[in-house]
Design a protein around this ligand. Structure first.
Ligand code: E4P
Ligand code: PEP
Length: 459
């Protein structure tokens, strides 16, 4: 853990110089921050970042909060997806297009399955910082800093590349800005036309490996044609609301991008519409929860299998004291083997409170394995099983299963095992590109969407 606490100041002084408490986190323990070698260089960068334009606007953030409130009430479903770790090299038009396309395709299938609006959100345009299990990595007799994401250091195993470089923070900001710009272009410029997006799904279901989904794809097809025959204005439907979110981890990025909204005089973290706090940094008495309790964005918190009802209640008190609809999302990542025991007590406990968080399943992070040939992977079947466990638990408790959070790519990588294409351990060697955790590829993502749609129809 890195202590980046400043010289402690007394409470009165703090309240005078920081009335909104946006720097109170600096007095608290903090995890998962880089050991920047040059504090002055970091200060110069954060000063510069503080003066750069916001990436998102407070009004959009408010709209997302309303949408999340809808989902929490069971009237919408959230789809969050994107890379485990976005890279600077991967911020190309082709890769961004493929990811957006995958999310839009999944959304069509889920919309049909749920008969509800699907709120589309990329793990994109800022998902550059990674928490790690270990601060260092050893290869042979050399030990270097662990790779913490492109916004901190490089992946190459050399001392130069692994040394945290604050200039990367600025590069991350510019990469996020250009990614978001393209995402906005795609989702408002015709690329999201429902007829075309569904046409891609039809092609997918005709693939012999995916034949199981043909019937559902054909049903969606009929529905789209029915809408067309009824005179639906597909031109108006070409534009979709698309939001971005990432883990709020690197405080030297999130704090300078936090700005006071001129309409309401309240602080918004303008690095993304949605920010989540990771499983490793959600301690109630530490810096991340403190900081994100002060901002107006909708906040997610990852909940692993050891989360107790008491911790959950503490998070609600700290992050959503006003019980504001849409403010708080719990993203459970329990693991397929644990969700059926670990989630029900939380759902029973939530019913005893006046809180109405949105519940989303992240079926990726509790299902990591390392294969005998040395790859970090996940079994598609475990991912599906955790999703099923999530729906089962919510059905039994009478609460709403409100969304899914997936690490995915639009490319044909081979990082997760199984799926209809039956990716096996040997295949992992052919196209494993993630610099951190394994993602579902394009086909696996669509397959999951069809399976979730089946669950939604049954719920
Ligand atoms: O994406 C999540 C974490 O950053 C990742 O699982 C950490 O991986 P590690 O255990 O290899 O550090
Ligand atoms: C690190 C992540 O997840 P978790 O906090 O659930 O481990 C992540 O989503 O990238």
């Amino acid at each position: 853990m890195t202590d980046i606490t400043n010289v402690p100041l007394d409470q009165d002084t703090l309240e005078t110089i920081d009335p909104l408490g946006l720097d109170a986190w600096r007095e608290l323990p903090i995890r998962q921050q880089p050991n920047w070698p040059d504090a002055d260089a970091v200060r110069r960068v954060t000063d510069e970042l503080s003066g750069l334009p916001p990436l998102v606007f407070a009004g959009e953030v408010d709209r997302l909060r309303d949408r999340i409130a809808q989902a929490a009430a069971g009237d919408a479903f959230v789809l969050q997806g994107g890379d485990c770790a976005e890279t600077f090299e991967g911020a190309t038009a082709d890769k961004i297009r493929a990811r957006v396309r995958t999310i839009l395709q999944m959304a069509v299938v889920l919309t049909y399955g749920a008969s509800l609006p699907v709120i589309k959100m990329g793990r994109m345009a800022g998902q550059f910082a990674k928490p790690r299990s270990k601060d260092t990595e050893t290869r042979g007799d050399e030990t270097l800093d662990a790779y913490r994401g492109d916004i901190v250091n490089g992946f190459d195993f050399t001392s130069e590349s692994r040394t945290p470089d604050p200039q990367r923070i600025l590069r991350g900001y510019h990469m996020a800005a250009s990614t978001l710009n393209l995402v906005r272009g795609f989702t408002t410029g015709g690329f999201a036309d429902l007829r075309e997006v569904h046409d891609w799904n039809r092609g997918f279901a005709r693939n012999p490996a995916m034949a199981r989904y043909e019937a559902l794809a054909a049903e969606i097809d009929r529905a789209v044609r029915f809408m067309e025959a009824c005179g639906a204005d597909f031109h108006a439907l070409r534009d979709v609301e698309f939001y971005v979110g990432h883990e709020g981890l690197l405080m030297d990025y999130e704090r300078p991008l936090t700005r006071i909204d001129s309409r309401t005089a309240t602080p918004y973290d303008t690095s993304a519409h949605f920010i989540w706090i990771g499983e490793r940094t959600r301690d109630l008495d530490e810096a991340h929860v403190e900081f994100f309790s002060r901002i107006r964005n909708p906040i997610g918190v990852k909940l692993g299998p050891s989360t107790t009802p008491e911790t959950m209640r503490g998070l609600i008190e700290k992050l959503d004291p006003e019980r504001e609809p849409g403010r708080l999302t719990f993203i459970t990542r329990m693991g397929a083997g644990k969700i059926r025991e670990a989630l029900p007590p939380l759902l029973e406990a939530i019913k005893q409170t006046d809180a109405t968080p949105l519940w989303i399943t992240d079926p990726m992070h509790g299902n990591g394995i390392t294969t005998p040939n040395g790859y970090k992977s996940r079994r598609f079947d475990d991912v599906v099983d955790e999703v099923k466990g999530f729906f089962e638990a919510h059905r039994a408790a009478g609460t709403h299963p409100g969304g899914i959070h997936i690490e995915l790519t639009g490319d044909d990588v081979t990082e997760c095992l199984g799926g209809a294409e039956e990716i096996d351990e040997a295949a992992l060697e052919t196209r494993y590109e993630s610099l951190c955790d394994p993602r579902l590829n394009h086909m696996q993502s669509l397959e999951l969407a069809f399976l979730v749609a089946e669950q939604l129809r049954g719920s």
